[in-house]
Design a protein around this ligand. Structure first.
Ligand code: AMP
Ligand code: MG
Length: 327
């Protein structure tokens, strides 16, 4: 069910009163507060169980509002905003005075984007200000892509949930730091590296990516309850078999190359061949295998091009080592 105009008005009122609103965007659902209200912003961290040093993204209604929120906008940022907003691209820029340090984790930079979703757009227009919002999940867990996921994750910790249906993109925005001499990708996401490079006319630096079974530099995030193990596509069936023999309730992400192959797993998800469909479904697949009682998920990484880069990044982090905090 999609939010009505009276839902939008109600949500804008909750934001004005310092409350928290979960809102649909094209990437994932966000947990929003009035970006200029430090007390409301602090409630986001409390609701998520997120350390206050982790900065949030400020969502604004249009590129024309950029200068209200940041200082010293470089030409590169204007170019990227003109091409990709509204859309799944977040720009890191110098913090404007309107943005409290609570929203930036104490940083002098701020992350800003214009979401491409009619419900988010209507809320931003009705509210009139900026809405700071991280993903609407408990810290470290799988991001929500439906209103039901938000309710499961946050329950009463959110004052109002706007339902905008399932998210189209399904993975978070691409975050690009444009404060330095050359733009650099801090997190791969819904806007591909190839699309950024086409607009910027040159190569863009992205975080280092390593092969499967990566060690410590990818602390667990975007993680289901079940442990996630990454293997080469050709080894999926063998790994499933040995995990099953060890007594695991095995969930498997069956790669497109093995489509239709019978697998003796507890639960199987057929990975879509299209990267856009895979990104859209990714978090739902992880939630589904949790709900079906799997304690181990075996998956392999897609080719790291286009949206495959963001999918691989999330799978690596889902498979990353867990601290007690993330567990
Ligand atoms: P989430 O959407 O929940 O993943 O949270 C927002 C993301 O934006 C986090 O990955 C933050 O680290 C990132 N972010 C927000 N502000 C900044 C900033 N000023 N500099 C770098 N990264 C940022
Ligand atoms: Mg998040």
């Amino acid at each position: 069910m999609t939010a009505s105009s009276s839902d939008i008005e109600k949500a804008a009122g909750v934001l004005r009163a310092g409350g928290l609103v979960a809102l649909p965007t094209e990437t994932v659902y966000g947990l929003g507060a009035n970006a200029e209200d430090p007390v409301a912003v602090a409630r986001i961290f409390q609701a998520k169980g997120r350390p206050p040093s982790h900065p949030l993204i400020v969502h604004i209604g249009g590129a024309e509002q950029l200068d209200d929120w940041v200082e010293d906008v470089p030409a590169t940022a204007r170019l990227l905003a003109a091409h990709f907003w509204p859309g799944p691209l977040t720009l890191v820029l110098r913090r404007g005075r309107r943005v409290p340090l609570e929203a930036t984790g104490g940083l002098e930079t701020v992350a800003v984007r214009v979401p491409d979703h009619p419900v988010a757009g209507a809320l931003l227009a009705a509210f009139g200000g900026g809405v700071t919002a991280p993903s609407a999940n408990r810290f470290g867990s799988v991001s929500p892509t439906t209103a039901d996921d938000v309710r499961t994750e946050l329950g009463d910790a959110v004052d109002f949930v706007l339902d905008g249906g399932p998210c189209e993109v399904g993975v978070e925005s691409t975050i690009v730091d444009v404060t330095g001499d050359t733009p650099s990708v801090l997190r791969p996401g819904g806007v591909t590296r190839e699309a950024l490079e086409a607009v910027l006319g040159g190569p863009v630096a992205v975080p280092s990516t390593s092969r499967v079974r990566v060690p410590g530099q990818h602390p667990s995030h975007y993680a289901p309850r079940a442990r996630v193990v990454l293997v080469e596509p050709g080894k999926v069936l063998d790994e499933v078999e040995s995990a099953r023999e060890l007594g695991h309730q095995v969930g498997v992400f069956l790669p497109p190359s093995l489509a239709g192959t019978p697998v003796k797993a507890h639960a199987t998800v057929a990975v879509p061949a299209s990267p856009a469909a895979y990104a859209r479904g990714l978090y739902g697949f992880l939630r589904e295998l949790d709900q079906r009682g799997c304690d181990l998920i075996i998956a392999s990484l897609p080719a790291e091009e286009g949206l495959g880069l963001a999918i691989a990044n999330r799978l690596r982090r889902a498979a990353g080592p867990r601290s007690a905090q993330h567990a």
